[in-house]
Design a protein around this ligand. Structure first.
Ligand code: TLP
Length: 367
């Protein structure tokens, strides 16, 4: 995906436009990573009790880790700076250099983590394309390496729930359990990139613990739809988390008085899952409206969480051209390839903002 940052000159243009258009606000649909911390998060941050987390002495971080472990029904959890680091720690902990990691072709670990699994963990990704990004054992099994010493060995399977670049698609709890059971029978581990697992939980009506129960490790993000300013958690057994903590320090991710971040994370964990359903409804509303615009193709029935990826080939414009034209009208989106745009809903975008995005899109496409 080509991320489009709001440059200072865009911001100036926006401010100027704001003056002449009665301060029309930006509708930022580039990602749910853009959510700003709420007032209550900011208050909690300023009041957070802190300590040195490298010594394990930050009480707020310890509370966050315990609460996350409890919610996911796990022995232990580790607060890490980002989702990318969380995935890397799991990959590095479960594998040895020279081994292979099976992932879905469009997975975040395959496309957007700067090949860290190779550059840092020394592993080779074995990507498998799956319809809607949802792997099954039938798709995985043919890619397993035979257990012969002159082959590199498969050691880990990663799955992504919800699947970002497959349009926020979700695995059922049963589908995840089936992959884990078969993987364990074959002597493999399963890591879940659950950056948006709470969205998947809302969409399936299952708990995050149910959706991840048999996975050997889980990563989830506080900094996406849950709205915290930064941070992710990695979850697993005491032994796994002990090793992941060592790897975190080795990568320079040992942080100090980060109770200020954990305080926002605790609120994000308790409060935000309850409101994710509204983001899903807004995404469906966007998909319905986009489907009515000539030249745009979107599989409406597949929009079940907060991500809408749609094809713009029929408009005669590229995704980058449309995204740039939308940005001039204060609607921000990200191209996900030459002819696909991604829009992500979150708590800083309301129904009115989505409506405006649709109106501007219809106007631009018709030009
Ligand atoms: N995704 C970002 C971009 O990097 C593409 C976004 O805007 O969606 N796993 C998944 C499934 C993700 O979507 C992301 C971020 C991550 C991991 C990494 O999280 P961070 O950004 O905290 O490293």
């Amino acid at each position: 995906m080509y991320e489009q940052a709001l440059t200072p000159s865009d911001e100036k243009a926006t401010k100027r436009a704001g003056k002449s258009h009665n301060a029309i606000s930006i509708v930022d649909l580039r990602s749910d990573t853009v959510t700003k911390p709420t007032l209550s998060m900011r208050r909690a941050m300023s009041e957070a009790e802190v300590g040195d987390d490298v010594y394990g002495e930050d009480p707020t971080v310890n509370r966050l880790q315990s609460r996350a472990a409890e919610l996911f029904d796990r022995e232990a959890a580790l607060f890490v700076p980002s989702g990318s680091m969380g995935n890397l720690l799991a990959i590095k902990t479960w594998t040895r250099p020279g081994e292979e990691v099976i992932c879905e072709e469009r997975a975040h670990v395959n496309h957007y983590e700067l090949a860290s699994m190779s550059a840092i963990a020394g592993c080779f990704p074995r990507p498998v394309f799956a319809p809607d990004g949802i792997l099954t054992w039938d798709l995985i099994e043919p890619r397993l390496r035979p257990k012969i010493y002159y082959y590199s060995q498969t050691s880990l399977i990663t799955i992504e729930n919800s699947h970002n670049m497959a349009g926020g698609s979700v695995y059922s709890a049963e589908a995840v359990a089936e992959i884990c059971d078969r993987a364990h029978d074959a002597g493999l581990r399963v890591h879940l990139d659950g950056a948006r697992i709470f969205n998947a939980a809302v969409a399936t009506g299952r708990t995050v613990a149910d959706l991840s129960r048999k996975c050997d490790s889980v990563m989830f993000c506080l900094s996406k739809g849950l709205g915290a300013p930064a941070g992710s958690l990695v979850l697993g057994s005491h032994d796994f988390i002990g090793k992941a903590r060592v790897a975190r320090k080795m990568l320079g991710g040992g942080m100090r008085q980060i109770g200020v971040l954990a305080a926002a994370g605790l609120l994000a964990l308790e409060d935000s899952p309850k409101i994710l359903g509204r983001d899903h409804e807004n995404a469906r509303f966007l998909a319905q409206g986009l489907a009515r615009i000539a030249g745009i193709a979107v599989e409406q029935e597949k929009v079940i969480t907060n991500i809408v990826i749609f094809d713009v080939r029929g408009t005669g414009k590229t995704a980058a051209e449309l995204s740039a034209a939308l940005a001039k009208e204060r609607i921000l989106s990200n191209p996900s390839d030459n002819y696909a745009l991604r829009m992500v809903t979150h708590y800083d975008v309301d129904r009115e903002g989505c409506q405006r995005a649709l109106e501007v899109m219809a106007r631009i496409v018709a030009l």
